[in-house]
Design a protein around this ligand. Structure first.
Ligand SMILES: [Zn+2]
Length: 325
């Protein structure tokens, strides 16, 4: 699934549409009634970890009082340090004029979910090939198993009053009252809490399990995990408790640096060139090992490592990974 840097890019694609009303909707989603979004105004866009959140409010005419209010609220929300609070306040907005919305939508009998108290934030969680596009549709870049060249089917298409549009692929959506925001665990946030992350890494668990724990490393996914363990020269199954503080600090530096570099290259339209992820050789020409690693009973992920560049750390009893084999 897309990791933190991709989500940031998705958010940047949506931001030019903030303040605009939805003129037409489309898409195959059955999780939400996409028609509920008709005539609502996109009010805010935020990213937290691997989730994108879009806030919608009832839209009136461009000169109506609600439109002015919306602009003011948008400005306040973008400057607010606690978006969750803003979100709750804004949740009331669609309830203020539900009749007006219905009138605008003429024959539309449905009341937006937002007005039913489910909240006015739409949360997007992306699947493996999930993506957001602005003013373009995704095209098939290869034939499927039957040999057909079928373009991916969007889950949601939002056409805005400006004529531009946003397309969302391979994602799950649901309405919520506010974004679940904790910038202190977001590796791409200036408020990322290093101390708490270091404490988590010190746990006597294999380091590659801890890195994927979204409570401490929100936005960090399997690609980042593999790459930073290679960069920091740490074997994925090394227990955090066996590593020196300086090693853990270096790993954290790699996590932050790699993620922001990845975001930077994304924003310049450049792809990622992994050193170890899905590779057969490391950059030094050593044969790479591959394994499916994860906690027992938990989610296991394909992991690549170089046994020469990332040697196993032995514990006191000489066994490299006690309890993991
Ligand atoms: Zn190597």
């Amino acid at each position: 699934m897309p990791e933190g840097p991709s989500l940031r890019k998705f958010q940047l694609l949506t931001s030019p549409f903030v303040g605009q009303a939805v003129a037409k909707v489309g898409g195959s989603s059955r999780k939400i009634n996409v028609n509920d979004l008709n005539a609502l105004r996109l009010q805010d866009s935020q990213v937290h970890g691997k989730n994108l959140y879009l806030a919608f409010v009832a839209a009136e005419g461009p000169l109506g009082p609600a439109a002015e209010e919306t602009v003011l609220r948008t400005e306040a929300a973008s400057g607010a340090s606690c978006p969750a609070q803003g979100g709750q306040e804004q949740a009331c907005a669609p309830q203020t004029h539900p009749q007006d919305v219905r009138e605008l939508q003429h024959s539309q009998p449905e009341v937006p979910d937002a007005a039913e108290g489910l909240g006015n934030w739409l949360r997007f969680h992306f699947g493996l090939f999930g993506s957001v596009r602005a003013n373009e549709f995704s095209r098939a870049n290869k034939a499927n198993k039957r040999g057909d060249w079928k373009d991916p089917i969007p889950r949601l298409v939002l056409h805005f009053e400006s004529g531009g549009f946003l397309v969302f692929y391979n994602c799950r959506m649901h309405w919520c009252s506010s974004p679940r925001a904790d910038p202190t665990s977001d590796i791409l946030s200036a408020e990322f809490h290093r101390g708490r992350a270091l404490d988590a890494l010190r746990a006597p668990d294999p380091i590659c399990y801890t890195l994927l724990d979204q409570r401490y490393f929100s936005g960090l996914g399997n690609i980042i995990k593999n790459e930073i363990l290679y960069l920091a020269k740490i074997h994925p199954l090394t227990k955090g408790s066996l590593l020196a503080s300086s090693d853990l600090e270096r790993l954290l530096d790699c996590a932050v640096q790699f993620s922001s570099d990845w975001l930077h290259s994304k924003l310049h339209g450049k792809g990622l060139h992994p050193q170890i992820y899905q590779k057969e050789q490391c950059p030094l020409g050593h044969a790479v090992m591959k394994g499916t690693l994860g906690p027992s009973g938990g989610f296991k992920r394909l992991t690549w490592w170089c046994p020469q560049c990332q040697p196993a750390v032995r514990s006191g009893d000489g066994h490299p990974f006690p309890g993991t084999e």
